[in-house]
Write a protein that binds this ligand. Structure first.
Ligand code: LIP
Length: 268
């Protein structure tokens, strides 16, 4: 258990430190450093600087761990623990000055393959609201000192759902068709723009469910543990885990219907 507690404490401490750096850089003005998969897929100088800070602090504290970061890629470790990091999740919101973005840090054990790893600890820190969502496997999900729980029941008005759209315009028609299939389940839809916060909000009961195609492992690694530790279900990919093909999250009562609408199959 000490291993999980050490991982959790480190994730929380570094997420706060990284969030403070990102907020400072935001106040100084954001510079777009490059584009990645599409013109809309931007990376700022702050993304790179914040990931460098996180990576350096983790290497100093746990030099034999592996790392998988959105901006600097993967490096295998020898300890059996890998850190999965999105330094600024919600980069477009961050660049536009929309205060909805987060530092997402997860510690996973086992094979550093998102289809195989076990999430051990997670921290999702939203500096604009000073909200730190965190979890240890088997220890519950928390917002600060408040224990979190997903919305277990289905409301008569329908579900408050969130989704997102990829950076590639060629994927938008398919994503919108999926929204049309899912809307009969919904009372309304939100497009928050930061997957880690979408997932944290499901864990906190602020959303009833979330679905999004095309996420990367660093987008969902920490948030998925928040949801399961808050009593919810995650999945979407053929192996039943969150993945590139789809990320789903909700309470168990909604999950299969959400999966069927989003994927056309059962969620189990
Ligand atoms: C973002 C996700 C968001 C998704 C965006 C992008 P980034 O991550 O958090 O949910 O809709 O396309 O993937 O790029 O800001 O780290």
């Amino acid at each position: 258990m000490a291993l999980e507690n050490d991982l959790h404490a480190l994730a929380v401490e570094i997420a706060r430190e990284a969030g403070a750096l990102a907020i400072r850089r935001r106040a100084e003005g954001v510079a777009i450093a490059a584009t990645k998969s599409a013109a809309a897929d931007i990376v700022t100088e702050a993304d790179r600087e914040v990931e460098a800070l996180i990576r350096a602090r983790l290497a100093a504290a746990r030099p034999h761990d592996g790392f998988l970061g959105e901006e600097t890629g993967a490096e295998r470790g020898t300890s059996g623990i890998t850190w999965v990091v999105d330094p600024i999740d919600g980069t477009v919101n961050y660049a536009y000055g929309i205060p909805v973005w987060a530092v997402s840090i997860a510690a996973v054990s086992g094979d550093p393959d998102p289809r195989l790893w076990t999430a051990e600890a997670a921290a999702v820190y939203a500096p604009a609201t000073d909200e730190l969502f965190h979890a240890v496997r088997g220890g519950g999900a928390w917002l600060g000192d408040e224990r979190l729980a997903v919305n277990a029941e289905r409301g008569v008005a329908g579900a408050l759902l969130a989704t997102g759209f990829g950076y590639d315009p060629a994927t938008h028609a398919g994503d919108l068709a999926r929204v049309a299939r899912v809307m009969p389940l919904a009372r309304d839809l939100r497009r928050i723009g930061a997957a880690s916060l979408d997932l944290a909000y499901v864990a906190a009961g602020r959303l009833d469910g979330y679905f999004e195609r095309g996420l990367n492992p660093w987008d969902h690694a920490a948030g998925a543990l928040l949801v399961t530790e808050a009593g919810g279900a995650v999945g979407g990919a053929p192996d039943g885990r969150p993945g590139q093909t789809m990320t789903l999250a909700s309470g168990h009562a909604l999950f299969d219907d959400l999966a069927f609408a989003a994927l056309g199959v059962t969620g189990s």
